[in-house]
Design a protein around this ligand. Structure first.
Ligand code: HEC
Length: 141
């Protein structure tokens, strides 16, 4: 009886550890794919290291704002997942109607899944404090 319990407990532990490892690997793969998508579609404006364009808080001569950073120093983490998805797919004007911006949407250029994957990569670069804030933000969309 005791032996059965021990064997069962051990198999459950092995199963749990294996699943944990598999999930971690899948997550790491997703982040790597998101990183490649970021380099291909976003880095030209938002910076190779997510640092944004120089003087990103000051409007250009044409009255539009430069691309902000996507790391902790920007304000991407102020937005819920749904807003980030909409901005990336449809452009800033999707959440601020009639707003003129160089952030045009990626609809037709990226699939919904690719958009979610690139956003997950961006989120993975934030420090825990900002990730927690944004997770909280998601509860009030
Ligand atoms: C042609 C340049 C350009 C490209 C390419 C670009 N962006 Fe942007 N993005 C901008 C600009 C400029 C803004 C700021 C718009 C504003 O606030 O007026 C912006 C803003 C954003 C915002 C809102 C950030 C905030 O804090 O308000 C998100 C999210 C975003 N971009 C995501 C992306 C993603 C993801 C990609 C790649 C798939 C991407 N952008 C590619 C120029 C670009």
């Amino acid at each position: 009886m005791v032996l059965i319990v021990v064997v069962l407990t051990m198999s459950m532990a092995v199963y749990w550890l294996t699943m944990h490892f598999v999930r971690q690997r899948a997550l790491a793969n997703q982040i790597a794919i998101g990183k490649a998508l970021y380099a291909q579609h976003c880095a030209s404006c938002h910076g190779v290291n997510l640092e944004g364009q120089p003087n990103w808080q000051t409007r250009n001569a044409d009255g539009k704002l430069p691309a902000p950073p996507h790391n902790d120093s920007g304000h991407t983490w102020h937005h819920s997942d749904e807003q980030l998805f909409k901005i990336t797919k449809l452009g800033v004007s999707a959440i601020v109607p009639d707003y003129e911006s160089d952030m045009i949407g990626f609809e037709g250029k990226m699939s919904d899944e690719e958009i979610r994957t690139v956003i997950n990569f961006i989120k993975s670069t934030w420090s825990p404090r900002y990730r927690d804030y944004q997770a909280e933000r998601n509860r009030f969309q």
